[in-house]
Ligand binder design. Structure first.
Ligand code: SF4
Ligand code: SF4
Length: 56
């Protein structure tokens, strides 16, 4: 299990700063989560202003 960032992302960067596993980086048009590094903590979802990180 890991979180994924949907196309709702506005590339604000807040989730990357909040991620304890440094699993989030800026991608092409939105931020992306490295599923192998994500520890499923939910911090990104709690920080995002548009609820783009979703548990899969
Ligand atoms: Fe990082 Fe936690 Fe979000 Fe996974 S769920 S990307 S570990 S903040
Ligand atoms: Fe995108 Fe939300 Fe992360 Fe901002 S906090 S970069 S809108 S996923």
């Amino acid at each position: 299990m890991a979180y994924q960032i949907t196309d709702e992302c506005i590339s604000c960067g807040a989730c990357a700063d909040a991620c304890p596993a440094s699993a989030i980086s800026e991608g092409d048009g939105k931020y992306v989560i490295d599923e192998g590094a994500c520890i499923d903590c939910g911090a990104c979802a709690g920080t995002c202003p548009v609820s783009a990180p979703q548990a899969k």
